[in-house]
Design a protein around this ligand. Structure first.
Ligand SMILES: [Zn+2]
Length: 564
């Protein structure tokens, strides 16, 4: 390896662990590390220009000796500069790299010297945590401001400045707060905020200027592999599925205005209350056949041919034949339109609201008919009212987790959830939406294997920590940290990559390298790769933290090894 000299700088007055972390990272950038220690005159200048008899101030020669004693430092010297920069000392040392810590912006003079001499500048080293503000989306299916967990977490549960115009006030109160996005997806990136709440720019630009916060491996891509959201659902979302990687790349290439990125989007949804309801994955074919026997409209809309095929395949019990029959039936139903479809929808809704036959319906059918009524109330004459017959219906309690693998049809119906997904916004919609329905793509892409609803079972990894992780999900895992009042927990979520989390409820502090941040409901935080975080709870504290699982890095390492 050719020699690469790195220069770092600081007051080190006094030296603390944050400095050590910065210097170690600076050392990792090259083969030797020289450290410029601000001189005593500069230290006085920093304290406001007055010579104060401050016993906590350490003389420069002692600060130099302290820094020099660190294992990662090859040489430490006093600055020769006289202002608030180290530009002239950098000029004298003429290093390959000038490395700055997270809380320091290089001065104009330093930038000029580095430009002039062709010295590479690396900024933001040793940033261990960022406070973020999530991005709220106001899709019309979201819960209204006062009932919305999204609004509460975003600190927008109340209308901020009551308008004298009452009508406007009313529309502001009724504004839906559907989703809170936490991450760097271009359609809703989080902002970085200072501890006193002022904005410090967009997370995307932070990753551009200081990619090292993402860790060595992910910094090559320069963006987060996952996106976390909170959803407050009042009304059903569209029947949808997310493409696999190959299809996503194709769709994005052909229609970038509809399919905004080239990524797949496996996702999980963790219930935040006991009322989360969803449709997800195809039912077993035998169930669908049983429903057809009780609901003649279903057999009619898919046609005699498809209905027969479903019956035969269910009897034969051949998985491939079942999938083919299901594809034919679902495609026929979802493409139905015109007068006949309209007549069948209305007949179905009438059946759903009428008294059940003597002896009643089997429970699953009764529930599906209940959904038909509800979806009809919400969307009117929409073919989507037939979907509850095809898809599994789930009702989840707080802490339970639904999994939406690629190409799996699903729709959330109601509730408040934490969602985590691969960083993408690719949605192929089928029904229950005013947005574009892409039926050709959807009918071809779906996974028609009928069966149980896919779920992720939480693992209790510590007394106070539950982990949502599935080996099939590459990009993310989610930890639920629940600390009782008075308890503490020190934890590193990911050694190789960053972590992103939020306080859901409760109160406490998050301490990193001696610096404390108050945690309260809605505080969103980003932790740099490999950071040890100290949580403590004042009031029972619940946080959700997402990061990449260890198998994500193993797979990348393996792929890199193949390429070299
Ligand atoms: Zn989805």
């Amino acid at each position: 390896m050719s020699k690469c000299v790195v220069v770092a700088s600081g007051y080190f007055n006094p030296l603390h662990y944050g400095h050590v972390s910065y210097l170690q990272k600076a050392r990792d950038l090259g083969t030797s590390l020289l450290v410029i220690v601000y001189n005593d005159k500069q230290a006085v200048l920093k304290m406001g220009g007055e010579q104060v008899a401050d016993h906590s101030s350490i003389p420069a020669r002692d600060r130099v000796r302290l820094v020099r004693s660190l294992a990662c430092v090859d040489l430490a010297i006093e600055s020769i500069d006289k202002d608030d920069s180290v530009a002239e000392t950098v000029r004298l040392l003429y290093p390959d790299v000038f490395a700055n810590s997270g809380n320091r912006t290089p001065t104009a003079k330093e930038v000029q010297v580095c430009d002039e001499l062709g010295i590479k500048m690396v900024n933001g080293l040793g940033i261990e945590m960022l406070l973020l503000e999530g991005f709220t989306q106001h899709y019309e299916w979201g819960k209204k401001r006062r009932e919305s967990m999204v609004a509460a977490l975003a600190g927008k549960a109340e209308v901020e400045s009551p308008d004298p115009n009452r009508q406007r006030l009313c529309s502001e109160t009724n504004k839906p707060f559907a989703e809170l996005w936490m991450g760097d997806h271009p359609s809703g990136p989080s902002s970085v905020v200072t501890p006193n709440g002022t904005s410090a720019g967009c997370l995307i630009s932070t990753f551009k200027t200081v990619p090292n916060v993402l860790g060595k491996i992910i910094s090559k891509d320069g963006s987060l592999p996952f996106l976390m959201k909170v959803l407050s659902i009042e009304k059903a979302l569209s029947i949808q599925a997310h493409p696999d990687r190959e299809l996503a790349a194709k769709l994005h290439k052909e229609r970038p205005h509809v399919y905004k990125d080239a990524n797949h989007k496996p996702e999980i949804a963790i219930a935040l209350a006991d009322d989360f309801e969803a449709l997800c994955g195809f039912r077993p074919v035998a169930e669908l056949v049983e429903i057809m026997d009780h609901v003649p409209e279903l057999a009619t809309i898919i046609g005699e041919n498809a209905a027969q095929r479903l019956r035969f395949s269910a009897k034969a019990g051949n998985a491939a034949e079942e999938a083919a029959a299901l594809k034919k039936a679902f495609s026929k139903m979802i493409r139905s339109e015109g007068e006949e479809a309209s007549r069948l929808i209305n007949s179905l809704v009438e059946r759903a609201s009428a008294e059940p036959p003597s002896g009643g319906y089997p429970e699953a059918i009764e529930k599906a008919l209940g959904l038909v009524e509800r979806l009809h109330e919400q969307f009117g004459e929409d073919i989507g009212v037939f979907c509850p017959f095809f898809l599994n219906y789930v009702q989840m309690d707080v802490g339970e987790c639904l999994y939406m693998p690629q190409n799996t049809p699903h729709a959330y119906l109601s509730g408040d959830i934490v969602e985590c997904m691969a960083c993408s916004d690719n949605v192929v919609r089928a029904a229950l939406t005013p947005k574009l329905k892409d039926l050709d793509v959807l009918c071809e892409m779906l996974d028609y294997r009928g069966g149980k609803t896919p779920v992720v079972k939480a693992q209790q990894i510590e007394d106070d920590m539950k982990l949502y992780k599935d080996f099939d999900i590459e990009e993310f895992q989610v930890t639920h940290l629940r600390l009782e009042a008075g308890k503490k927990r020190r934890y590193c979520f990911s050694y190789h990559g960053p972590a992103l989390g939020f306080a859901w409820r409760g109160k406490g502090t998050l301490k990193i390298s001696g610096e404390s941040t108050q945690l309260a409901s809605g505080v969103v935080f980003f932790l740099s790769a490999g950071v040890d975080a100290d949580f403590s709870a004042e009031v029972d504290l619940d946080c959700f933290i997402a990061c990449c699982p260890s198998h994500y890095f193993k797979k990348l390492e393996f792929a890199n090894a193949l390429h070299t």
